[in-house]
Design a protein around this ligand. Structure first.
Ligand SMILES: Nc1ncnc2c1ncn2[C@@H]1O[C@H](COP(=O)(O)OP(=O)(O)O)[C@@H](O)[C@H]1O
Ligand SMILES: [Mg+2]
Length: 264
């Protein structure tokens, strides 16, 4: 079957301004977080991004999902530059690319119950006609991610890290996304819970044909999840290829080092 490319990152570069002149505002210092990166995300597939902390992984994920603009380069959504999308197409793109993060509790408003966290976006985006319909959809989402519906009336602080990450996944699924950017989604969880979340993500991918950008500093975890792996080092993709190939036959010393440190 021919594969379809959902998102392309084309020659992405990201510079952060770290110092401006205090009066003129002229840029005095900048930091290049991503030097040059290009890659495609195919429908139903996972692109893994691995590298040490500070290598530019999150920056790439945020650019691809529209949370940040690249300094140079372009993001294409089904072949169309996101800069050229109509307002409606842009909204569709932003809904179609969702995120889950390392710290699910930090990404949820502590003042709202899980039910509100799930129903509010459905009502705001008018995906659900009324509260009752939104609640029914939220219930279905909770069961999809393996959570008991009794969790609905709890606040994020009252549930475990694993349960909260499941709820965050449920929230990411509300808009029927094409892509989920998973940024270190299991790094803060206990080992036993990590495996459950990774397997849930794999099941969802199989059932819903979602694509993932799976970001982690742990090449073992990335290998388990990914079809293709990009190895990042100091803002550059230093190695890439099919996951098994990169893991079994790494070409770069840097990749070899990541593998050694993951499997000792
Ligand atoms: N808003 C920002 N301003 C300045 N520097 C930043 C900003 N965000 C990230 N950086 C820097 O860019 C580099 C890459 O960051 P990041 O993409 O978060 O890396 P990773 O996710 O691989 O740990 C880091 O050195 C980080 O300190
Ligand atoms: Mg990061």
């Amino acid at each position: 079957m021919e594969s379809k490319i959902v998102i392309s990152a084309v020659n992405i570069r990201k510079e952060y301004v770290t110092k401006r002149h205090f009066m003129t505002g002229k840029v005095k210092e900048k930091y290049v977080a991503v030097k040059l990166a290009s890659f495609d995300i195919e429908e139903g597939k996972t692109v893994g991004i691995v590298g040490e902390s500070g290598s530019g992984k999150s920056t790439i994920g945020e650019i691809v999902g529209g949370l940040q603009e690249p300094t140079f380069g372009n993001v294409l959504y089904y072949g169309k530059n996101i800069k050229d999308l109509s307002d409606e197409e842009y909204r569709d793109y932003r809904k179609s690319v969702q995120f889950i993060f390392q710290d699910p509790k930090g990404s949820m408003d502590p003042n709202y119950k899980i039910t509100d966290i799930l129903t509010m976006p459905l009502l705001t985006a008018k995906i659900a006609k009324n509260k009752k319909e939104a609640e029914k959809m939220a219930d279905e989402m909770l069961s999809e991610v393996g959570l008991d519906s009794s969790i609905k009336n709890k606040y994020p602080a009252e549930i475990s890290g694993g349960q909260c990450q499941r709820a965050a996944i449920a929230r990411a699924l509300l808009f029927n996304p094409k892509v989920i950017v998973c940024d270190e989604p299991v790094s803060a969880l206990d080992i036993s819970v990590q495996a459950q979340i990774l397997n849930l993500l794999r099941e969802l991918q199989r059932d819903l044909n979602i694509s993932y950008i799976f970001i982690s500093h742990d090449i073992g975890v990335v290998n388990y999840m990914s079809d293709t792996i990009l190895v990042m080092h100091n803002g550059t993709i230093v190695e890439r290829g099919p996951a098994k190939e990169v893991l079994l036959h790494p070409k770069q010393d840097y990749t070899k080092k990541l593998i050694e440190s993951a499997f000792i």
